[in-house]
Every structure is written in C-alpha cells, then in structure tokens.
Design a binder for this molecule. Structure first.
Ligand code: AMP
Length: 371
C-alpha cells in the first residue's frame, strides 16, 4: 500500500516523500480512507503508531480541496491533553502542509498568551489546543469555533485521566452540530465508551496492535548494579557506546537533575526535563535534544509522557519504575515506526521485586547485559 493508493493528493504526497515516509502505517491505512470519506472515526491507537498523520493528512486534504475563506476561519479543532503533544501535532502540520496554503496555530497553558492570541488574530484554518487554554481564550473572545467542520479528540483516555472531562463537556457545545469527529484513545474503559457514544455519529472503529508488538522489536537487557555504582556504570555505558540520542529515566525530579549534572561533569552533553522546570526550559531542553545538540535527555515519567523523538537510539532506566506498565511505556520510546531500539535497565538489589513484576507483565526474562 502507498500514500497515493490512499488517495493522498500531490502537495501532501510531496511533503511525505520529503520526510522519507514511503509506506503508510497500519493505523494510517485503516483510518485515512474512513476520514477522507467524511465518516466519524473511533481510532484505538496509541502514540507511536503514526496516528497523528492518520488524522492530519485527511484534514489538510479536506480543507485544501476548497478555496480558503478570507478572513480565515478555524475549520478544524484538535484537542489534546498535554502541551508536548500539542506542540508535536503542530510540528506534523508544519511538515505535512508545507506545500499548501494551510495555516495552523498551537495554544496551550503555562506560557504567556500574547503570542498565541496574535497568531489567532492573523487567522488560522487549524487550531491545536489543550482544553484549559482553549476555554480561556474562547472566554476572552479570541477564539470562535462556529466554523469547525473537522474535530479531533486526541488521547481521549488520557484526557479523562488528567481530569479534563468537564472542560471537554464545556467545549463540545461551542462546536457546530454538523461536523466530522475523529476520536482517538489507546484504551477503552467504560467512561471512554460512553463519551464516544455521546459525540460520534455512526463511527467506524479502527484498531491497531497494542504496544506489546513494539516492545518485541526492542533489544532489552538488564544490568545488575548496586545503587551507589549506578553513576559510574551510566558514565561507563555512555562512554563505551556510540549511540547519539539517549533518553535516561529517573524516578524523581531531584534524581533527574543529579544525573544530568554528573553526566555534564563527565563531558557527556545532557539536560534534564521534569515538572519543576518551566515550560520554556522544558521546550528548550527537548529542542536541543531533537536537534542533537545534547546527547542525553534525563526525564521523569510525567515529563516524558507523549514526547516523541525520531531516531531515539537508546533508553536507559536508571531506576526501575514502580508500576510495571510504565516500563513498557518507557522503552516504547525507542523502536518507533519499525526502527529497532535498545533499552537497558539498571537493577539494584532492592529493585529485584520490581524487575520480577516487569518480567511477568512482558512475559519473558530480560537477558543480562553483556559487558
Ligand atoms: P505518532 O503515533 O503520530 O506520534 O507517530 C509516531 C512516529 O512515527 C512519529 O515520529 C512520526 O513522525 C512517524 N511516522 C508517522 N507515519 C509514518 C510513516 N508512514 N512512515 C514512517 N514514519 C512515520
């Protein structure tokens, strides 16, 4: 299957070719025809499956098929739970729509609203937003959603987990009744099923393989090391190894800072991201890492949620996570879109029980790292 066979039109096709995307991912193969047909969609897929392009490409195509009105009106609203995801979705639109006249804007909380309202005032076709800031700017009269024809609710399950249900319920009535809705959720708890029933009209359900299949392509190993030796071991590992982009997980914010500091001291370019840093500092650290200015990004689980890095070569679990599922999420950051990845986990004596839980969850014994 090719993007051409999925009826993706020329300017977008060219942008995809420039990104080096040759074949659509399974979620794209299944969701794009449904979305292009104008039907509502329930997509059961998580980050890393290529779901952003699965909704972005049809939206770009729909909007660019007709003449863009002047002044511009928001024709598509994409709601997403976190700032990082909002920014990433924005980057996808920048890439895929680069040969079209389409304009988009990303709004999220925690930063000055001025640049966002200025961008909105210039007129945009697609708005990517987190719920709180959207409500804020709508209440101030900066956003009108009357002309929305394509609505995306991204990571709906995480939205509910993060307590956004009331915000979503306040946003829904601001949208026109007649519109196409694309709904994405990685899991299907009852609250999601009921929310989707209330907002989707005769949806087509599309599902792709759960994250376990990604985990299979990742080369995993465990390094048994005493707690006080972890520091030396990490430095040693990074000095031996030539990998370019390494994500190191720390259980605590304090730990993340400490790790970034001792790596920098050892001459390994690294930065930490976690919840105590300002949004600007987090974005800058992520930007430096993506641009390969820093080699190692040290993150806590919360800070790493949803961040998507192309060609992440290695994940190191400096500490093992308390919740076994978190292990799968962490290592799933490497081995994206068919690339093979490497994941190393440090395990101290006290962490052995955590390792056993993880092995039970993934159904195999993680081999010991060969020195
Ligand atoms: P997503 O699930 O949308 O966060 O996408 C996961 C990763 O896969 C991102 O880094 C995308 O840039 C990449 N990607 C999406 N579609 C394709 C494709 N058809 N071929 C190769 N990589 C892709």
């Amino acid at each position: 299957m090719t993007f051409e066979e999925l009826n993706i039109a020329e300017p977008v096709l060219r942008a995809l070719a420039e990104k080096g995307y040759v074949t659509p991912t399974p979620i794209q193969e299944k969701a794009i025809p449904v979305a292009l047909e104008g039907r509502d969609l329930f997509g059961c897929a998580q980050t890393g499956t290529g779901k952003t392009a699965a909704f972005a490409l049809p939206i770009i195509q729909h909007i660019c098929r007709e003449r863009i009105p002047s002044p511009r009106k928001i024709q598509s609203l994409i709601l997403t739970p976190t700032r990082e995801l909002a920014i990433q979705i924005g980057e996808c639109f920048t890439d895929y729509a680069r040969h079209t006249p389409l304009r988009h804007c990303v709004i999220f909380g925690g930063v000055n609203q001025r640049p966002q309202t200025e961008a909105l005032a210039k007129g945009v076709d697609v708005l990517i937003a987190t719920p709180g800031r959207l409500l804020d700017l709508a209440a101030q009269g900066f956003v009108s959603l009357d002309a929305v024809r394509y609505f995306v609710l991204d990571e709906a399950d995480r939205m509910l987990d993060m307590g956004f249900i009331h915000d979503i319920k306040r946003i829904l009535p601001m949208l026109p009744k007649r519109k196409q809705t694309l709904f994405f959720s990685a899991t299907l708890p009852p609250a999601i099923a009921s929310l989707s029933r209330s907002i989707l009209y005769k949806p087509v359900k599309v599902e792709v393989a759960p994250p376990a299949s990604t985990v299979d392509v990742i080369r995993q190993s465990v390094c048994f090391v005493e707690k006080k030796e972890k520091k030396e071991q990490l430095i040693h590992l990074l000095q031996e190894d030539r990998s370019d982009s390494v994500l190191v997980f720390s259980r605590t914010k304090y730990g993340a800072d400490k790790i970034a500091r001792f790596l920098t001291k050892a001459g390994i370019r690294s930065e930490a991201i976690h919840g105590n840093k300002t949004q600007v500092a987090r974005q800058r650290a992520l930007g430096n890492f993506k641009a390969h200015k820093t080699r190692v990004l040290v993150a806590t689980d919360i800070a790493a949620r949803g961040i998507d890095i192309d060609r992440l070569e290695r994940v190191v679990n400096y500490d093992l996570p308390e919740v076994p599922e978190t292990y799968v999420h962490r290592i799933g950051r490497t081995g994206r879109a068919g690339n093979d990845g490497v994941a190393v986990s440090f395990c101290s004596e006290e962490e052995r029980p955590l390792l056993r839980e993880i092995q039970k969850l993934i159904g195999k014994t993680i081999p010991e790292m060969q020195a």
